[in-house]
Write a protein that binds this ligand. Structure first.
Ligand SMILES: *Cc1c(COP(=O)(O)O)cnc(C)c1O
Length: 456
């Protein structure tokens, strides 16, 4: 299996695509052809999660030996407290299920992708002898999930930039209380956008980033998307989905990576899948699916901060499939987006029959946290609450619960009086925060990285 850039100017094997992240032409890697997995479903039903993950990924990671892939998958999902059921499905009402994706090491769904990515980077280090160091900016969950994915890879340094005072207290503790000498939290005196732009500038200096073996923790790595397909597939098998027994997944959405992963299964021959893109007030993607107009603006901070995104980077992959792999059309749209800051598709996206949308403001988030607690005695986090607003009667539904409620206690306490806790977060509250506070200045950050790596 080869992977091709959405912009048509690069191809790669799976391993190459994993290490590159972004394609050489600035596009995103997608599988050149989609396997039809419908005939495997009978054989896959009832498999343990790691076996299912192995069987699915081996269709794509064809340049990795079976033994190596198995090793990566078992280590990735072995890090979950219950490796047999890393993604438990809870039935709240008849036909209304919650897929709990928050049982990983950092209590957010990003662990599913980043635990695997860490293992794949580890394999690269073992096989090539080349070091891999991680550099990224985070507004919350990605940074900690990336750090915890890399922690077990010997010798790998992680540099994570975040806005000083700009992320939730517990999120900062997950980044800055690991106790690992290889993890370097850089609290930047500036906004997330400034931190992000420093990271981009550092990668723009190819001599520097290659001298220090820096790799981006991208939300656009194809391995992340494929890892996320697996819990959808697991759910499809458990709930026996087909054309006569449809199922709708409601997905809290920011960068469009999670919902794209589910939607890709419909491109692999699975029938009966429906999706709802659930955003907070940053509803650029929702508006696009209603009108055909994609117009990112300024981010509005919300109670669901990990979805405070206007530029949904994975959207480019959806466009590629929507244009039946016509990379020239993808380039035209992406150029228009860069030039004008927006674009309009002449047709309303034909995907409307399998993708619908919903968005939710802060009042809606609070209302649903309170309602589900009162009615079901079940606590949901603010991101998951955005999905609950979209539930419809008499439709078989799975809501993706993307974060543990204990990660965002303030909102939950304010509406339910309950203070959700998780042992791994309680431990962090006892530890000291170790971070460097730096000005929002690229040269200063580069000097800090060089100082650390030069004295290895
Ligand atoms: C990242 C994140 C999201 C958004 O996922 P995308 O793949 O960016 O659409 C939703 N909820 C939580 C808790 C997250 O951390």
């Amino acid at each position: 299996m080869r992977f091709t850039s959405t912009r048509g100017g690069d191809t790669a094997t799976f391993s190459e695509a994993v290490i590159k992240g972004l394609a050489g032409d600035g596009g995103l890697f997608v599988p050149e052809t989609m396997p039809d997995i419908s005939s495997y479903l009978t054989r896959w039903r009832g498999l343990p999660y790691t076996e299912l993950a192995y069987s699915f990924l081996s269709l794509f990671a064809t340049d990795i030996s079976g033994n190596e892939l198995r090793h990566c998958v078992e280590n990735a999902y072995g890090a979950f407290p219950d490796p047999k059921t890393p993604a438990p499905l809870v039935e709240l009402n008849t036909g209304l299920h919650v897929l709990e994706l928050f049982h990983g090491p950092t209590l957010a769904f990003k662990d599913f992708a980043l635990q695997l990515l860490g293992q794949l980077y580890g394999r690269h280090i073992r096989n090539t002898g080349q070091p891999v160091n991680i550099l990224g900016a985070t507004s919350g969950d990605t940074g900690s999930a990336a750090i915890h994915g890399m922690l077990k890879q010997p010798g790998t340094h992680s540099f994570i930039l975040y806005p000083e005072g700009g992320i939730a207290g517990l999120q900062e503790r997950q980044i800055a209380c690991t106790g690992s000498p290889l993890v370097h939290p850089f609290a930047v005196r500036g906004s997330f956008d400034e931190a992000q732009s420093i990271v981009k500038q550092i990668f723009g200096d190819a001599a520097f980033s290659s001298a220090y073996s820096l790799t981006a923790v991208n939300s656009i790595n194809i391995a992340r998307i494929l890892a996320q397909c697996i819990y959808y597939l697991d759910t499809v098998l458990k709930l026996d989905v087909n054309a006569d027994r449809p199922l709708e997944f409601i997905v809290p959405t920011g960068n469009f990576g999670n919902v794209l992963a589910g939607w890709m299964l419909s491109k692999m021959g699975i029938q009966g899948l429906r999706f709802c893109v659930a955003t907070n007030v940053n509803s650029v993607v929702s508006v696009f699916f209603q009108t055909g107009e994609y117009r990112p603006g300024k981010v509005t901070p919300s109670l669901a901060p990990s979805m405070d995104i206007q530029q949904a980077s994975n959207f480019e992959r959806w466009l590629w499939w929507h244009f039946s792999g016509d990379s020239v059309r993808v380039c035209k749209v992406m150029n228009a987006l860069r030039r004008d800051g927006n674009f309009i598709l002449n047709e309303i996206p034909a995907d409307n029959d399998i993708i619908r949308t919903a968005s939710c403001d802060n009042d809606g988030i609070k209302t649903w946290i309170e309602r589900i607690w009162n009615d079901k005695n079940y606590l949901i986090d603010p991101h998951t609450a955005c999905a609950f607003t979209a539930v419809r009667e008499n439709v078989r539904t799975v809501i993706l619960a993307t974060a543990h409620p204990a990660k965002f206690p303030e909102t939950i306490i304010s509406v339910t009086g309950q203070s959700p806790k998780h042992p791994s977060l309680e431990v962090l509250k006892q530890r000291t925060v170790t971070k460097q506070i730096l000005p929002a200045d690229t040269e200063t950050v580069k000097a800090a990285i060089a100082r650390i790596l030069d004295i290895r």
